[in-house]
Write a protein that binds this ligand. Structure first.
Ligand code: PGA
Length: 245
């Protein structure tokens, strides 16, 4: 199975999101074996879901809280995401880890909460440039994936996103991607047994329509988590069509 996910981050007013949906859905044809998802900002989850669900395009949130409900001003629960039409949630994106203090401990609880509400967790892992330069890449990936030991087997997608390749135009090279994906696959086997064999591992970080073919050809790469290029409906459509072959 292949997966292509648009991460809009904190971009798009509703008028822009609506135009995106119209343009993208006008050209989109679903294909067997390829899942497409869009992760808009919170206020547009429900409306985006209404625009895209007829053709099976999924809507993911970019974050959520692990508690069920209560006095958590500014937070959004997994149940609310379900209510808004989401079927998945991005967890542990590097921007949340570095800018908003997301911890592995919180992610462990978020992962369990997502699954208990029938949301597919898309867990992001990846090293910073400093960590790569000091040869800590695999140790960092191992630590970040470590939260799966407690989570046990269940639905899961992983995205390998080297932090230095996000939004920089500087994509990891084929060797770096292959090594990291193979390492992640091994870890998933250890942590999740047979389920770890089936978990799709996406690559993210400066993916463009020009480079996606080459990225998809790398062993263990099941798709892409795309930021910048996913804001343009034509580019996102072309990425999806590349994954569909
Ligand atoms: P980018 O972002 O495609 O703009 O590098 C990827 C991501 O942060 O998920």
């Amino acid at each position: 199975m292949r997966c292509v996910v648009a991460n809009w981050k904190m971009n798009m007013l509703w008028q822009e999101a609506a135009s995106f949906c119209e343009a993208f859905m006008g050209g989109y044809t679903p294909a067997e074996g390829v899942q497409t998802a869009i992760a808009p900002p919170f206020p547009w989850l429900a409306r985006t879901s209404q625009e895209v669900r007829s053709k099976g395009v999924r809507v993911f949130a970019q974050n959520a809280h692990f508690e069920e409900k209560g006095a958590y001003t500014g937070e959004v629960s997994m149940a609310m995401l379900r209510d808004a039409g989401c079927t998945g949630v991005i967890l542990g994106h590097s921007e949340r880890r570095t800018l908003f203090g997301e911890t592995d401990e919180a992610l462990t609880r978020k992962l369990a909460a997502a699954r208990s509400h029938g949301l597919l967790p898309l867990l992001c892992v990846g090293e910073t440039l400093h960590e790569r330069d000091t040869e800590q890449t695999f140790a960092v990936l191992k630590r970040q994936l470590g939260i799966l030991a407690e989570a046990g087997a269940g639905p899961l997608w992983i995205a390998y996103e080297p932090v230095w390749a996000i939004g920089t135009g500087r994509r990891a090279d084929a060797n770096q991607i292959r090594e990291a994906h193979q390492f992640i696959r091994e870890e998933l086997r250890v942590l999740m047994g047979e389920a770890g064999e089936m978990t799709p591992i996406l690559y993210g970080g400066s993916v463009t329509p020009e480079t996606f073919d080459e990225i998809l050809a790398i062993p263990e790469v099941a798709g892409g988590l795309v930021g910048g290029a996913s804001l343009d409906p034509g580019k996102f459509l072309s990425l999806v069509q590349t994954a569909q072959g």
